[in-house]
Ligand binder design. Structure first.
Ligand code: NAP
Ligand code: F7E
Length: 345
């Protein structure tokens, strides 16, 4: 019998890569999409269109993790072997503006799925993966951060994910469920949402290179992130679910870069020479002709910033035998190549 996986958040960056991976591994993949006024399946449409993938291998259902009935109905109907909860309001800055919705989706959403597994008496059959985040470490700047580092979330997003983290552990301990947390550091790809900083920088710099945009406006240039490739990270999710015993893992590259340096690397790839001047909100980067290519705008600063994230994934390396295949330079090349092909299309 083929294994059945259910992915909440299949239309997102990670959901789309995970669906591809599981189909390759011969799973029947069920995905949950939200009803939206415009089409939101752009990241998974190619899976449907692939003539080698039979329609019955990839099935989409409407549902919403803020709607218990739809969650329970889907779990009961599909009776999956593995559930991946990747669904979330995943934007940190937006979580300051929609904190209640973020808590409902990101914290209680995880509870709804766990409870639906229990309610349908699937505790022994169904494994659960929770998409945890390095944002749990937040203001704790002791680096590198691993599974034993104290959490100190610094946004409604981080706080909601903290609940999801602990409720996953609670259901594991109380009901003996196979329920795991992946504590994933930032991971990007050509499928990254346009409002996250890496994709925003790549899109703007490519447009600037082609004279379709003048200036890129950013917030804090000095926050440091540990950026990996989403394709590598979804592989870690699957490995976590194949263990004999459920456990929690930090997944990270172990390399750190500032936002400003990310801009510099992208500029170098595109052959744009940047000269930085000024400081604080007045800091900017000019090109050889003195045109302002990058400037700061206070609209992109957060009420509270997480400055320093760097992951220590030694546990994953040892137990899962996982390590990232793509370095930052190659990730940036791939993102630029795809973006350039979209602009020139
Ligand atoms: P993403 O691209 O923003 O995708 C989020 C997915 O969740 C989308 O499919 C979205 O649907 C869906 N969703 C949002 N609210 C929902 C709701 N109420 N009901 C059902 N589905 C809902 O995020 P991602 O980068 O793939 O990240 C996947 C997960 O990992 C998220 O939980 C995120 O918080 C977490 N995470 C991400 C990173 C990272 O660096 N990427 C790091 C650590 C943890 P629509 O397509 O309709 O919007
Ligand atoms: O910001 C700074 C910003 O929005 C990265 C999510 O996937 O990873 C992601 O959260 C940094 C921050 O990602 C802009 O202040 C400067 O310090 O790309 P981001 P994030 O907040 O790290 C974690 C692990 C998740 O779990 C989340 O789901 O870049 N920054 N200027 C900016 N950020 C944005 N978005 N836009 C700017 O203009």
């Amino acid at each position: 019998m083929k294994k059945k996986a259910l992915i909440f958040g299949v239309t997102g960056q990670d959901g789309s890569y995970l669906a591809e991976l599981l189909i390759k591994k011969n799973y029947i993949v069920h995905g949950v999409k939200r009803r939206s006024s415009s089409i939101n399946t752009g990241r998974v449409d190619h899976i449907y269109q692939d003539p080698h993938i039979k329609k019955r291998k990839f099935i989409l259902h409407y549902g919403d993790i803020t709607d218990s009935l739809s969650v329970t109905r889907l779990i009961n109907y599909i009776k999956p072997n593995e559930v991946y909860n990747l669904a979330a309001q995943s934007h940190v800055q937006v979580s300051f503006e929609s904190p209640e919705y973020t808590a409902n989706a990101d914290a209680i959403g995880a509870l709804r799925i766990l409870e639906a597994i229990r309610f349908n008496k699937l505790e022994k059959k169904t494994k659960f993966y929770q998409a945890g985040t390095s944002e749990l470490f937040g203001l704790n700047e002791k680096i590198p951060q691993n599974e034993r580092t104290q959490f100190h979330p610094a946004s409604p997003y981080g706080v909601a994910k903290l609940y999801a983290h602990w409720i996953t552990i609670n259901y594991r301990q109380a009901y003996n469920m196979f329920a795991c947390n992946g504590i994933l550091f930032n991971h990007e790809s050509p499928r990254r949402g346009e409002t996250f900083v890496t994709q925003k920088i790549i899109q703007a710099m490519c447009r600037i290179k082609l004279n379709k945009q003048k200036t890129l406006y950013l917030g804090n240039l000095y926050s440091k992130r540990d950026w990996g490739h989403a394709k590598d990270f979804v592989n870690a999710m699957w490995l976590i679910m194949q263990l004999k015993k459920p456990d929690d893992f930090v997944i990270a590259t172990g390399k750190q870069t500032t936002v400003k340096n990310f801009v510099n690397i992208v500029a170098k790839h595109l052959g744009i020479k940047l000269k930085w001047k000024g400081s604080g909100i007045k800091e900017k980067a000019l090109d050889e002709n003195g045109r302002v290519i990058v400037a700061c705008d206070k609209a992109y600063y957060r009420p509270l910033e997480v400055n320093n994230l760097l992951g220590d994934a030694r546990k994953a390396r040892k137990i899962l035998k996982w390590k990232p295949k793509t370095n930052l330079n190659n990730l940036i090349s791939e993102m630029i190549e795809i973006e350039m092909s979209k602009i020139s299309f």
